[in-house]
Design a protein. Sequence first.
Length: 226
Amino acid sequence: MPTLLITGANRGIGLEFTRLFASDGWRVHACCRHPEKAGDLKALNGDIELHRLDVTNGLQVSSLARQLAGEGIDILLNNAGAYGPRSGFGETDFDSWQPVFEVNSFAPLRMAERFVEHVVASDLKQIVNISSQMGSMARNASGGAYIYRASKAALNSLCKSLALDLAAQGITVVMFHPGWVRTDMGGKEADISAAESAVGMRKVIAGLTAADNGRFFNYDGEQIPW
């Protein structure tokens, strides 16, 4: 049975990913900060195990890795994300940079380092990171969003290095822009639903090969420039 470990599984895209993989017969390790409040996640059917995990807490991440020692993880899906203050130039809250980077940039690298042996022990050997085209230099045509853009650009850089460093172990690392999604972060005016985003990415993930290692995709499979 293939196995997925996903962060930020309690709502939005993470919840839809969990639903999709579980319905396809996967074993899903669904991680979120407050499982006791994750009513929608608990209501899903399938082989789903909930885990309390704050991705910014190194001790919790290491503890979960030890708990799952010896179990192969076909896809490590780093989905948890944070936007931070929506302020413009001249209004930057510099104290907010650290918390956003902790979630968006540092946590995916921490998860990769702690769970690399689990991924190596699997059949698919994939690490999937939910980034954003707002981290693309080529697609920045509007400016602003300094903290969020910088944190996702950092994530893309980290993941590109991961793709190179882990290739010898047979691991494929990719990044996704999930689209402008109607979630708490994306807002009600966004283009697509969380379900549409997850279905699109799930289709692309199912077709990944080693040749895709280090690539940055839109949710519909379009490759995004750096």
